[in-house]
Design a protein around this ligand. Structure first.
Ligand SMILES: CC(C)(COP(=O)(O)OP(=O)(O)OC[C@H]1O[C@@H](n2cnc3c(N)ncnc32)[C@H](O)[C@@H]1OP(=O)(O)O)[C@@H](O)C(=O)NCCC(=O)NCCS
Length: 211
């Protein structure tokens, strides 16, 4: 067997790595277009790296604004959440404004809407849910039918220029005011006003901005 020196090994590694990356990138561009078209997503121009999981059903709708950016899995953003973005609009809409970006984000608009403004940054692994997915009544939870039908659904709204830190979970009914920042790992269960930094579980205002 030929002994490869360290230098040659590195070059060989980079050559194979680049080949696999480019082939994967090409496949994901085609796969992504197929998923967007197949689910009737309305979009203009976008930059999507990796392939998102997209599912629109019932009266669901997904709309991306201009210059939409999305990173899926490790291919584009090595922040530690090795998952694709998951966008599910089941009898609810996901409406995203202009110049907004997200990485490895999960948006589940079930029975209500997720409205995301312009210039919003959603950090790695953010999750936004319009529903609890299960009934809060233990008897209803015993049957799949009454469990799903009995779960409350409320819209979520994230204002313009918000920055949502990595790993944040935003629960049903929450409104986050424009320009606010949510600290990484927070669980947002109640509304957050505009122009503040908020963090923690439950997420609370830490400080107001520009004061
Ligand atoms: C929220 C954030 C912006 C605050 O930054 P900061 O203004 O420099 O705030 P400080 O570090 O001075 O912290 C202020 C207070 O908030 C608390 N705090 C900060 N971030 C927090 C968080 N994520 N959860 C809970 N508490 C937090 C601090 O402990 C501190 O509390 P104290 O006043 O009782 O000591 C920052 O902590 C953060 O979470 N950044 C997001 C990073 C990220 O996820 N990027 C996305 C990558 S994709």
């Amino acid at each position: 067997m030929i002994k490869l020196n360290k230098h040659l090994m590195r070059h060989l590694y980079l050559f194979i790595h680049n080949f696999i990356y480019r082939a994967g990138r090409l496949l994901s561009i085609i796969h992504t277009k197929y998923r967007l078209k197949g689910n009737g997503v309305i979009y203009q121009n976008y930059r999507i790296v990796g392939t998102p999981y997209i599912d629109v059903s019932g009266r669901g709708k997904i709309v991306f604004g201009r210059n939409f950016c999305m990173n899926n899995g490790m291919m584009a953003n090595q922040i530690g959440f090795n998952t694709p973005c998951v966008l599910r609009a089941v009898n609810g809409s996901i409406i995203i404004g202009d110049n907004t970006g997200m990485s490895q984000t999960t948006l589940i608009a079930k029975g209500a809407d997720i409205l995301i403004g312009n210039h919003v940054k959603l950090g790695g692994g953010v999750k936004v849910y319009t529903t609890d997915f299960h009934s809060l009544d233990h008897i209803s939870r015993r049957s799949p039918k009454t469990d799903i039908d009995g779960s409350a659904c409320k819209s979520v709204c994230i204002g313009d220029d918000c920055f949502i830190g990595a790993g944040v979970i935003i629960l049903k009914g929450v409104k986050i005011g424009a320009r606010s920042i949510i600290g990484s790992g927070s669980v947002v269960a109640k509304d957050i006003p505009s122009d503040c930094i908020a963090a923690g579980n439950p997420c609370k205002v830490i400080k107001m901005l520009n004061q």
